[in-house]
Design a protein around this ligand. Sequence first.
Ligand SMILES: Cc1cc2nc3c(=O)[nH]c(=O)nc-3n(C[C@H](O)[C@H](O)[C@H](O)COP(=O)(O)OP(=O)(O)OC[C@H]3O[C@@H](n4cnc5c(N)ncnc54)[C@H](O)[C@@H]3O)c2cc1C
Length: 345
Amino acid sequence: MEKTDVLIIGGGVAGLTVAKFLAEEGIDYILLEEHDDFFKKACGEGVTPFLGNYAFFDLYESKKGIENVAEGSIISTKYGAMEYPLPNIICDKREMEAELARQATKKGGEIRMNTKCEDIAGNVALPQEIKFKICVGADGIHSFIRKKLGIKNPDLGVGMYGITEEIDKERNKCYIEFKKEVIPYGYSWYFPKKDEWNIGIGTTRVEYFKEYSQKFKEMHSNEIKWNGSFLPVSKPLKPYSKNFALVGDAASHVIALLGDGILPSMICAKILADVIIKFAKNDYRNIDFSIYEERLKKEIYKHFLEGYRAYKILSSIWFSEYLFHVFLKIMNRMAKKQISAGAGI
Ligand SMILES: Cc1cc2nc3c(=O)[nH]c(=O)nc-3n(C[C@H](O)[C@H](O)[C@H](O)COP(=O)(O)OP(=O)(O)OC[C@H]3O[C@@H](n4cnc5c(N)ncnc54)[C@H](O)[C@@H]3O)c2cc1C
């Protein structure tokens, strides 16, 4: 039977970031990805440049796949627009994931594409028959590792995106619109890539999606290919059990207010990799992933919880678009103050 110290299931941004940091320390790992290519799941491809004490470029360590850096966002409702001055990095997510994979394998790790893990029996992945000491569930929103561990599923939001050239807006800004007539309990976005735009809508009320996604498609060129996915909109879930750890969408590592998961997943993946590297020094004796949860709580949960609370408050006042607008304005003013005080978000 084949053996590895760490088995990572899922080659999205979370699994690939764990792999990259393990590879840097020469940790023995195998990553299994069921698809034959990266970025098969819908995404707006917008990345906040920093969160807490972490900066995107410190974790990513490359400029590959970075298409544009918008200097800020225009957030609008039916009652007006407000400017949010934090830059937004727009990436080509397929390129970015491919680059993370390149960094992860450059130093000796192994990524197996087109390889779906169907089940886990004890410490063995099936049907591949790979025996592991640690298993990382980076297998996304419908994580089967999470189910296997008996950890509850997150609440779901849903969204879709498409790529187009036909948007007549300033290319140095991102546009986020909270408008009930376009999509209730959610927002539409227009993010400027290098020559094109990533546009889409998302909502936390799945029942509205079918009707409003159809309307949104009709508002835009019928040349656009649309791709939809679910995303978690819960507080972070318990991220471990015994020698299994969850990261990324599998553990609901998203800022629920806007559905941001790229940088949050990378931060949690870096913390998880640090913890695994510590276990490796002790030859994986006394594996205790409560250390992972403690570090998440100390370093990033505050942002998840704030995003979750803001999302809950905004959801409860969607009945009045005016009240929603006023609350958003207050939040925006507070965020601006924090940014100008250099406190980050
Ligand atoms: C419509 C939409 C728009 C979004 N826009 C943004 C945005 O603009 N900015 C932002 O920061 N976030 C955004 N997000 C969220 C962000 O995309 C995710 O939070 C992030 O990509 C999560 O990465 P992940 O690696 O955890 O999961 P995923 O990217 O889903 O990766 C999981 C991987 O696991 C693989 N896998 C699953 N099961 C198995 C198995 N059994 N065996 C092998 N492989 C398996 C899958 O094929 C997949 O590649 C958006 C999400 C949606 C749905």
